[in-house]
Design a protein around this ligand. Structure first.
Ligand code: HEM
Ligand code: HEM
Length: 242
């Protein structure tokens, strides 16, 4: 078995699929997500007591951290969407939104894998068709959490803050309390999403031995020439960029 894997590995080409800015945005978003969940849960249910002789304003510090981390999260998310719009060969928007017949075939084949109707997911260099759709669902979840966050922020900010310009968002979400409720529920949806995302990348990396997991750190995946040819005819697979 190990020999088979090793000989398969020798056949592979190193393909640069994720540029540095995309990788950096991915990990900034994840770090912000950890801070936002910890501080958001505190805002919802304060789980720390103010120290007797220390700063009594724990909630103030936590809200401050939540708001400024949210700004970093929003910038990284905006940058990620921008990179997808203008981005490299394997991380462009057409890797997310299936428009061609080939991409839709990939959606069907990948669904078969998740329905236990085929042993391996379909060949792909970056995302398969279904992965792309699932990532778009993730972007929608992130957009909801950002917009409800801004709706609440617009409501609690001082009247002369530029954030007050966003108060048109409040009625869109049915008022402050409803925005807060949606924001909170969306957090749990996002936690569930991230858990499934991690299970998926670990499973695929274990199955395919192609560097799926490492690619979000190194930028490279290891793919057979057959897979490269299936993706595009004759384009140089490894352009050596880092
Ligand atoms: C992954 C991202 C985020 C998570 C997990 C998260 C989580 C939470 C949670 C659980 C709450 C408490 C809600 C409640 O009281 O039931 C909260 C409050 C809040 N969040 Fe977020 N949040 C995130 C992103 C954002 C963003 C991007 C913004 C702003 C753009 C934002 C602004 C706010 C505001 C203004 C509040 C209300 C604070 C208050 O009532 O004092 N959040 N967040
Ligand atoms: C807030 C949390 C997270 C979000 C929103 C998120 C979102 C994403 C997105 C959008 C991509 C596609 C990037 C691209 O190629 O353009 C991606 C890829 C990836 N992520 Fe995450 N991620 C999160 C957390 C994590 C964590 C915690 C891990 C691992 C411990 C992880 C591992 C990976 C890996 C290995 C890939 C590349 C595999 C693939 O594209 O199929 N992610 N993630």
């Amino acid at each position: 078995m190990t020999d088979v894997l090793r000989s398969r590995a020798n056949d592979r080409q190193r393909v640069y699929i994720r540029t540095l800015p995309v990788r950096v945005c991915h990990w900034i978003i994840f770090l912000c997500f950890l801070v936002l969940v910890a501080t958001g849960l505190y805002i919802a249910h304060p789980y720390l007591l103010a120290p007797k002789n220390g700063d009594p304003f724990v909630m103030g510090a936590v809200r401050f951290t939540h708001f400024y981390t949210a700004i970093v999260f929003d910038i990284a998310f905006g940058a990620e969407l921008f990179l997808i719009l203008v981005g490299g060969r394997y991380e462009r928007w057409d890797q997310y939104i299936p428009l061609s017949r080939k991409r839709w075939r990939s959606v069907v084949e990948s669904s078969k894998y998740y329905l236990f109707l085929r042993r391996m997911p379909p060949m792909t260099i970056a995302h398969d068709g279904l992965d792309g759709i699932v990532f778009v669902i993730g972007f929608i979840i992130e957009t909801v959490i950002i917009l409800t966050g801004f709706a609440m922020w617009a409501d609690i900010t001082s009247y002369n803050s530029p954030l007050a310009l966003l108060s048109f968002l409040i009625p869109l979400f049915g008022g402050f309390q409803m925005a807060r409720y949606i924001h909170h529920i969306t957090m749990w949806v996002m936690i569930f999403y991230v858990v499934l995302h991690v299970i998926r990348v670990v499973t695929l990396a274990t199955l395919k031995h192609d560097g799926t997991f490492d690619s979000i750190i190194s930028g490279y995946r290891y793919i057979s020439p057959r897979e490269v040819a299936a993706f595009e005819d004759g384009v140089a697979a490894d352009d050596g960029r880092r």
